[in-house]
Design a protein around this ligand. Structure first.
Ligand SMILES: Nc1ncnc2c1ncn2[C@@H]1O[C@H](COP(=O)(O)OP(=O)(O)OP(=O)(O)O)[C@@H](O)[C@H]1O
Ligand SMILES: [Mg+2]
Length: 357
């Protein structure tokens, strides 16, 4: 190792230790290998790009929810001295990619050249791209994701992505899995795959209210005042423009927007709408939340996306209604699908146990 590479490697290891200290935790044994690998990557990036024949190898970190993957990659990015770095959440990346592709090809996502151009615009001059929470569930998106990966892996950048799925588990639906196999092979060949499979979901092991998204809350109907909220009057209802469409809100204030579950999660809304709302409003209240077993499959998926978007952006979400997870049997397929959501909901201030219905 040259001095510079070694220095950068050591600096990143230190940076991880200090970042954990500041948050009052110690690294989990399952995080040691990723910290070592990310520190090596920081060392490799100490070389100017033009000195390297090819960019450092891509990384794919995967593991169950709440194991500290996003913390690892965010801390890594934060400690990298280069300004040529970007972090994008999967939902965000996809939204921008769709917009870019539409701009270049008049909405034909199948147009490979348009995808390439849109990716180039998103990458700008970055050397390192962190792509958080990568997943592929939607068969309709499989081709776009495939093209995206091929394009990304060919660029002179290093891609670091996190996922809840090992590469072979991407696109879990057996009906569509085969469509994704070429991308899986590409990921396995071109990326170093590391697991972060510790035993603890740190979100659930920590008292709710510790920080960030924890500013959100779950409230029983009637307890709004305890969170400083006043139920909207009927005349406060009105439309809010989200992503290219108007959604019926119960109230719109500068500091929050108030929606009913029925309108926001059971209506025809998309992740793009939630991103637009999270960008515009400092908080979102979702009223009339049912136990998710009673919601439609689409309603559940939309609710999960809404929680993801707000958690990722640290925008408080205030849920009023039933316990969304009530009646879900541990180990049931439904509970497994909602595992990410359950982990994130643990960050919300909860009603007192005897008050949970
Ligand atoms: N070693 C650790 N000890 C305690 N808390 C930790 C540790 N590492 C990370 N955390 C904290 O645990 C929480 C969950 O971590 P993070 O969001 O990175 O999980 P994740 O693996 O990305 O989960 P998901 O797959 O659901 O996105 C964060 O608040 C993070 O700061
Ligand atoms: Mg994460």
């Amino acid at each position: 190792m040259t001095d510079r590479v070694h220095q950068q490697y050591e600096a990143m290891r230190d940076h991880f230790r200090r970042a954990a200290d500041r948050r009052g935790f110690t690294l989990d044994p399952a995080q040691e290998a990723p910290v070592e690998r990310l520190s090596r990557l920081a060392g490799e990036l100490a070389h100017p790009a033009w000195r390297l024949r090819r960019p450092p190898r891509h990384l794919y970190l995967w593991g169950p929810v709440g194991r500290g993957k996003s913390w690892l990659v965010d801390t890594f990015l934060d400690g990298l001295p280069t300004p040529r770095k970007r972090r994008l959440h999967f939902h965000d990346f996809f939204r921008r990619l769709h917009e870019g592709v539409a701009h270049h090809s008049g909405a034909r996502a199948s147009d490979g050249a348009a995808v390439d151009r849109a990716v180039d615009e998103l990458l700008g001059d970055c050397r390192i791209l962190v792509f958080d929470e990568f997943h592929a569930h939607d068969a309709g998106d499989a081709m776009l994701v495939a093209r995206l990966f091929r394009t990304l892996l060919e660029r002179r950048i290093t891609l670091v992505s996190t996922s809840n799925y090992p590469p072979a588990g991407l696109m879990p639906d057996p009906l569509y899995h085969h469509l994704f196999e070429p991308t899986i092979r590409l990921i396995e060949e071109r990326m170093d795959v590391l697991d972060v499979c510790g035993t603890t979901d740190f979100r659930r092991s920590r008292p709710a209210g510790a920080h960030g998204f924890a500013l959100g809350a779950r409230l029983r109907p009637g307890d709004e005042a305890s969170a400083g909220l006043t139920r909207p009057r009927p005349e406060e209802a009105g439309p809010v423009t989200a992503h290219h469409r108007e959604l019926p809100a119960l109230a719109v204030h500068d500091d929050l927007v108030w929606f009913g579950f029925e309108e926001l999660c059971e209506g025809r809304t998309a992740v793009q709408d939630y991103l637009a709302l999270a960008e515009r409003f400092p908080a979102l209240v979702l009223d009339g939340v049912p136990p998710l077993v009673e919601a439609s499959p689409d309603g559940r998926r939309r609710f999960a996306n809404l929680v993801d978007v707000h958690c990722d952006r640290d925008v408080p979400l205030i849920l009023i209604g039933a316990d969304p997870l009530a009646g879900l049997a541990d180990g049931s397929t439904l509970m497994r699908d909602l595992d990410r959501t359950a982990s994130r909901l643990a960050l919300l201030r909860q009603p007192a146990p005897d008050a949970v219905r």
